[in-house]
Each structure stands twice: as C-alpha cells, then as structure tokens.
Design a binder for this molecule. Structure first.
Ligand code: BJW
Length: 217
C-alpha cells in the first residue's frame, strides 16, 4: 500500500463525529415514489420545472393542486425503505432532505431539515391554499441551520440526488470547504459528482445499509 493509500485508509478508519446526510428523490425511489428527472419519471407529460413554480400555480391552480394530490396519494401508500431505515440508525446525524414526503421522520430520523418543505402541510397563497413546498424562485427552508450543520460536519453523505437544483447542489462544496470528507451514494454519477472525495454507485436500498454497517462496525 502506498503512503497516499495508507493515509486515505487512516482517514476512512477515523470515526466521524458529525455526519450530515443530504438526500434527494432517489432515496425514496425504492418506496415507489417517482423521482423528478431521468428514466421512469412519472410526471404525466409535464416537467417538474413547469409545475413547481409560482407562475404555474397562478396560471392553473387546479392543475397544480391536482398534481400534488396525486403525489400525496402515492406517498400515503408508501413506506420508508431500507435506505431511510439505515440513515435513521445514525441517531445523531443531521438529515438535510430535499424530499417533501416525510419518510425520513417516519423511519425514525430525529434531526431532519426539510429544505423544500413538506407536501402534507399547506399555507395560504392569494385566494388559494397551496402545498407548503419550495418552488423554483422561492427561498428554501432552514438555510441557517443547514449551513451551521455543514460547518460542523466531518462527513457529508449525499444520497439519491441529481445535483441539478441549487442552492442544494452547492452543499457538497460548502461541506468540503469546511473540512468534511464527502461521499456520494447514487444510482449513477450526479451532475456534481466531481466535487465528492468518493462515490459509490448503485441503488440506495442496497448501498446505504451496507455503508452504515461499515461505519458503525
Ligand atoms: C437513485 C435511485 C435509487 C434514482 N437509489 N439513487 C444557480 C445556478 C443556476 C440556477 C440557479 C442557481 N441558484 C438558484 C437557481 C434557480 C433554481 C435552480 O436550481 N434551477 C435549476 C433548474 C438550475 N433554484 C431555485 O429556484 C431554488 N431557490 C432559490 O435558489 O432561491 C434563491 C436563493 C439564492 C441563494 C441562496 C438561497 C436561495 C428553489 C429550488 C426549489 C426546487 N423545488 C423542487 C420541487 C419541490 C416541491 C415538490 O416536491 O414538488 O424540489 S424541484 C425538484 O428538484 C424538487 C427536488 O427536491 C429537486 C431536486 O431533485 P432531486 O431530489 O435531486 O431528484 P432528481 O429526480 O433530480 O434526481 C434523483 C437522483 O436519484 C438521480 O440522480 C437518480 O439517478 C437517482 N436515483 N433511483 C439511488 N434507487
């Protein structure tokens, strides 16, 4: 083993104290909840970008509300999968999720920050109630808490996200700049894969439990 490989191995063996999980739609895919982009997207011939905007809601609120009601039905019928459950075994970790499905909390994770809101909450918007989720052009939730967690993190693990949507896609660089080791666990390399120190590719339901076992061993 070279000196560099030995150094990397030593870093891997160091138990991280402050772990931040950062998750996207791919972590819920094996619960039967469709992702936004890529193969198998079930968005009924609409792009998320054309439905998840304030302008779309102003133009056709019934269509947008119907889309969200359809998604709520899928989520109500879903259960947390092996990836959610493995993440919940890391009881002290912070889970920053882009998902609005609430499955991390249902799996037992305690420190969950729902950056893009929650589909089961509502808030007023003009004449209508709307889902309390974050659409394009709107400010994500919890940014101060997220950046505080990224400052403290010594390990940042991104799971099941395409890395296509900002500011979330920039969290990996913020974590690395603060000294965290960064790991991507995703079906395929994400748009931001070059920013990670390490990447493993496969289904979250298979990769994440094995990886948590390694870490807790
Ligand atoms: C698996 C798997 C399996 C599948 N196992 N893996 C900088 C540059 C350019 C543009 C911008 C910029 N900054 C901001 C913008 C504008 C915009 C933006 O990012 N646009 C992009 C299109 C470029 N961003 C915004 O408008 C954001 N607000 C904002 O910036 O406010 C101003 C601000 C400035 C400065 C600081 C702070 C704020 C708001 C973005 C809101 C996004 N909203 C949505 C909808 C939420 C509500 C809802 O659910 O309906 O959020 S869009 C949608 O995309 C949703 C997701 O959370 C988000 C990310 O998607 P995600 O989770 O990555 O899913 P996918 O489908 O893209 O990827 C799934 C991945 O899983 C894939 O890689 C698969 O391979 C993988 N996978 N099965 C493991 N089994």
């Amino acid at each position: 083993m070279s000196f560099l490989e030995q150094a990397l191995e030593a870093i891997r063996r160091t138990k991280p104290r402050n772990v931040v999980f950062f998750t996207g739609a791919g972590v819920s895919a094996e619960s039967g909840i469709p992702t936004f982009r890529g193969a198998g997207g079930l968005w009924r011939n609409f792009r998320a970008e054309d439905l998840a905007t304030p302008a779309a809601f102003a133009r056709d609120p019934e269509l947008v509300l119907e889309w969200y009601e359809w998604r709520r039905g899928l989520i109500r019928a879903a259960e947390p999968n092996a990836a959610h459950q493995a993440i919940a075994r890391m009881a002290d970790a912070v889970v920053v999720t882009q998902n609005v499905d609430g499955l991390h909390a249902r799996a037992g994770s305690r420190n969950v920050i729902e950056l893009h809101g929650n589909i089961f909450r509502e808030r007023p918007s003009g004449a209508h109630m709307r889902p309390d989720v974050v659409w394009f052009g709107e400010m994500p939730y919890g940014m101060d808490d997220i950046f505080a967690a990224l400052r403290e993190a010594d390990l940042f693990v991104s799971i099941g996200t395409s890395g296509a949507v900002y500011p979330a896609a920039g969290f990996v660089q913020a974590a690395a700049a603060n000294g965290a080791r960064t790991l991507e666990l995703n079906l395929v390399p994400s748009e931001g894969t070059r920013w990670f120190h390490e990447a493993r590719h496969g289904r979250a339901g298979e990769l994440v439990p094995g990886w948590v076992d390694e870490l807790l061993a």
